[in-house]
Ligand binder design. Structure first.
Ligand code: NAI
Length: 391
């Protein structure tokens, strides 16, 4: 029997409820499908409100060290104050561990209510760059010393004349590097190859931000050509379907048009590689198309150091915390990604189909119950029990 140690962070708000439910289901799946082979030993790490209460800081160094040591982790959502207070723990974790890919698979599970007519046409793997862009947190509030210094440098030394209201402008910096873009796009293309997927679309706003977003696109094409030349084709090279070549189509789309296209013809897209902020918007809209963020899984991965944190993609839902109303679907599907990552595919598949089966029977938590006819309302814990029964 092999014991796999997996660190976990419970999270704030509904984190406790969905983590308890998910760990229980994972244990049941492992014991059913790998009875004498594997066992998971869960190692709790502190972060967020619980960490602050117990050790006086929101993200203790020991938490980061443990994830580095085990190269893996799973986490519930963590509170981030808007516009003031401490920096996002999520962003800090991603940056400290250099988890440069935020991978968000988006597909429809039967029975989940969706606002679009054909949610089954959505089958995406979104690779969102996770460490750069305007998200890097290089921001200076208007009227501060740092802001003045940067503004004076831009105006006096760089001849920048386009700051519309210099006296009252806060400033932010958008770093987008060749290395950062290429490692993300490399991971996306490799993923498409490994999983036999038809295309990789580079999504950007290069028409406006030419040297950041536009460069991201150009570096993407350059990398695809140099490193994957014999395995890919470019849109301009084909007038026939991919089946005739067996190669992966590399194409690009401007972010606003992409959002529109995604609603109108989602079947045209498979793997998406995009910059940080675009990826944030796209992931949530795509998730809404298949039934909302309560069901959307995600992982933050560094494919070079092989370090990964799997996480619920929604927030802490303070409005329903502690009431047994939360849907553990997002964390559970993230756990299924984790099991796939660990090559425990039988348990991962079982978990996904058990979840789908229970939802198809109309047995759901409050968020889904509100949108289906003749459903049966279950608490988080009862929903978890039903999934275990259907494994
Ligand atoms: P939220 O995702 O917590 O809630 C938005 C709405 O969705 C609420 O009505 C909530 O009840 C519902 N909801 C979310 N997850 C649900 C689930 N599993 N089951 C049923 N309903 C669910 O977003 P909000 O309110 O903007 O953020 C609350 C806090 O969470 C903030 O501090 C924010 O910074 C943080 N947050 C953390 C994230 C993370 O740790 N990865 C991601 C997003 C937000």
């Amino acid at each position: 029997m092999t014991t796999i140690t997996i660190p976990y962070i419970e999270g704030d708000g509904i984190g406790k409820e969905i983590t308890e439910a998910s760990l229980k289901i994972i244990d049941a799946a492992i014991s059913k499908y790998y009875k004498d082979e594997y066992k998971i030993e869960w190692l709790e790490l502190l972060a967020g409100g619980k960490a602050f209460q117990q050790v006086g800081e929101y993200l203790p160094q020991s938490t980061i060290d443990s994830i580095k040591e085990y190269s893996i982790g799973i986490k519930g959502p963590l509170t981030t104050p808007v516009g003031k207070g401490f920096r996002s723990i999520n962003v800090t974790l991603r940056q400290q561990l250099d988890l440069y890919t935020c991978l968000r698979p988006v597909k429809h599970y039967k029975g989940v209510p969706s606002p679009v007519k054909h949610p089954e046409n959505v089958n995406l793997h979104i690779f969102r760059e996770n460490t750069e862009d305007i998200y890097a947190g290089i921001e200076f509030m208007r009227k501060t010393k740092e802001n003045e210094k940067l503004k004076n440098f831009l105006i006096n030394e760089m001849n920048v004349s386009k700051i519309r209201f210099p006296e009252t402008s806060s400033l932010g910096i958008k770093p987008v590097s060749e290395e950062g873009s290429k490692r993300l796009i490399r991971a996306a293309i490799q993923f498409a190859i490994d999983n036999n997927l038809p295309s990789v679309t580079l999504v950007h706003k290069g028409n406006i931000m030419k040297y950041t977003e536009g460069a991201f696109r150009n570096w993407g094409y350059e990398l695809a050509k140099e490193e994957f030349g014999d395995k890919v084709i470019f849109v301009k090279d084909i007038n026939s379907e991919r089946e005739s070549t067996g190669k992966i189509v590399i194409k690009d789309c401007i972010a606003d048009a992409f959002l529109q296209n995604l609603l109108l013809k989602p079947q045209d897209y498979s793997v998406i590689a995009t910059t940080n902020l675009n990826g944030d918007y796209i992931s949530d809209m795509a998730a809404a198309m298949v039934g909302g963020i309560g069901m959307a899984p995600g992982a933050n991965i560094n494919y070079e150091t092989n370090t990964a944190i799997f996480e619920a993609t929604h927030g802490t839902a303070p409005d329903i915390a502690g009431q047994g109303k939360a849907n553990p679907g997002s964390l559970l599907l993230s756990a299924s990604m984790m099991l796939d990552y660990l090559k425990l595919n039988k348990a991962a598949d079982a978990l996904r189909s058990a979840l789908e089966k229970v939802i198809c029977q109309g047995k759901v938590t409050a968020d889904l119950y509100a949108n289906i006819d003749n459903g049966e309302l279950l608490s988080t814990a009862m929903f978890a029990e039903k999934i275990i029964q259907n494994l």
